[in-house]
Design a binder for this molecule. Structure first.
Ligand SMILES: NC(=O)c1ccc[n+]([C@@H]2O[C@H](COP(=O)([O-])OP(=O)(O)OC[C@H]3O[C@@H](n4cnc5c(N)ncnc54)[C@H](O)[C@@H]3O)[C@@H](O)[C@H]2O)c1
Ligand SMILES: O=c1ccn([C@@H]2O[C@H](COP(=O)(O)OP(=O)(O)O[C@H]3O[C@H](CO)[C@H](O)[C@H](O)[C@H]3O)[C@@H](O)[C@H]2O)c(=O)[nH]1
Length: 333
């Protein structure tokens, strides 16, 4: 199998590349490096630097490489930025996907697995969230991902391009063997911010709201280990290869942890004090997001195996401790 990974220099995409190469697939990476890192690209992958909106560039890649299926991770994905610059998000996420689908159609590539998000649901009516619940995104980011899903739906009907859309909840952790991990600039996600505070790169982290209607007053999220998440992508590729119909699946671990529980667990894992101060709510944050991933278990046979929050934070800590300045800072002795 030859798999094209779009966004393979990013956090999640780079983990997909490593796991595909672990199972002896041939991997072609396309990445613009807008937010990714060339050091994150597996040395055995064929790598093309460019933007998926550049039709000529994408055509060249599809012409040179014999692509069987596409894993599509490339996107802009900062919720706050998407509210300030909505057109940037429509261009990269929606128009980029349009160019990709045109290219796939022209080159007769008819299988795609792509990154969607819990942000397609907005504030849920109930948890755990199942795929048939209403989608009411509260950010441009969520709206663009929902639009991508709808584009896929109509392209499946018209052109026979089969898709699996995976709605991720909170992705965290790092590859156990330590070569790659999470390095976002700027970092907005809770667990890396907590660990940067453990490393004293930040004086304290701010807890965004302590007055939510939850047990300790802080928001609850469903954290999923990045390697479990990629296992689901590999199963989704096999599912499509075996003739499976287009589908949407939630990916989470069916359990929620509050912001304070994450900080406390990180204190135990790192043995550091990790100062945290209360702050204002972050606009647009739902109080509780927990996935029902039963459909992915039932249809894809997916069973996450790294579900302990200690293990997720330990693997993230292993990466951050050894790469305190991410990819560009080199490895600390
Ligand atoms: N991190 C999470 O918790 C989370 C949750 C839900 C969904 N997602 C989705 O998962 C995907 C990957 O997220 P991530 O955290 O790895 O992000 P990331 O920013 O680390 O990776 C995205 C990669 O895509 C590349 N890219 C962006 N636009 C491109 C373009 N037009 N052409 C070519 N390459 C381009 C970037 O350079 C980067 O390497 C995204 O689609 C994101 O929306 C992430
Ligand atoms: O410095 C921080 C950072 C985060 N938080 C809190 O920690 C929780 C988790 O926040 P993240 O930013 O790590 O994650 P989100 O739940 O906001 O976002 C995740 O889920 C979204 C869908 O709702 C998108 O898919 C997004 O890409 C994905 O990272 C939230 O309650 C947030 O308010 C803090 O208290 N302080």
């Amino acid at each position: 199998m030859s798999i094209l990974v779009l966004g393979g220099a990013g956090y999640i995409g780079s983990h997909a590349v490593y796991q595909l190469i672990d199972q002896n697939d041939r991997v072609v990476v396309v990445d613009s490096l807008e937010t990714g890192h060339c050091q994150a690209v597996h040395p055995d992958a064929a790598y093309y630097q460019g933007d998926i909106r550049d039709k000529q560039f994408l055509d060249d890649v599809f012409s040179k490489e014999n692509i069987d299926a596409v894993l599509h991770f490339s996107a802009n994905s900062l919720v706050g930025e998407s509210m300030q610059e909505p057109l940037k998000y429509f261009s990269n996420n929606v128009y980029g996907t349009q160019v990709l689908l045109e290219t796939m159609k022209e080159h007769n590539v008819n299988r795609i697995v792509f990154s969607s998000t819990a942000a397609t649901y907005g504030e849920p009516d109930a948890v755990p969230i199942t795929e048939d619940m209403p989608t009411k995104p509260e950010s441009t980011y969520g709206e663009t991902k929902l639009t991508m899903e709808k584009m896929m739906k109509w392209c499946a009907i018209a052109y026979g391009i089969k898709y699996v859309s995976l709605r991720y909840f909170n992705v965290a952790g790092a590859r156990k063997t330590g070569e790659i991990g999470e390095d976002h600039q700027p970092e907005t996600h809770l667990i890396p911010i907590v660990l940067q505070t453990a490393l004293e790169q930040r004086k304290a982290l701010t807890i965004f709201g302590e007055d939510y209607n939850t047990e300790d007053g802080t928001c609850i999220r469903d954290y999923i280990h990045v390697e479990d998440l990629i296992d689901a992508h590999l199963l989704a590729l096999s599912y499509l290869e075996n003739g499976g119909e287009s589908e949407i699946f939630n990916l989470g671990s069916n359990q929620g942890f509050s912001v304070k529980q994450i900080i406390d667990t990180a204190r135990k894992v790192t043995g550091r004090s990790i100062p945290a101060v209360p702050g204002e709510r972050r606009p647009g944050d739902p109080s509780v997001l927990i996935a029902s991933a039963d459909k992915a278990k039932r249809i894809l046979g997916w069973e996450p195996s790294r579900t302990s929050i200690e293990e997720i934070i330990e693997d993230a800590w292993n990466w951050h401790r050894n790469h305190p300045h991410g990819y560009d800072g080199g490895v600390e002795a």
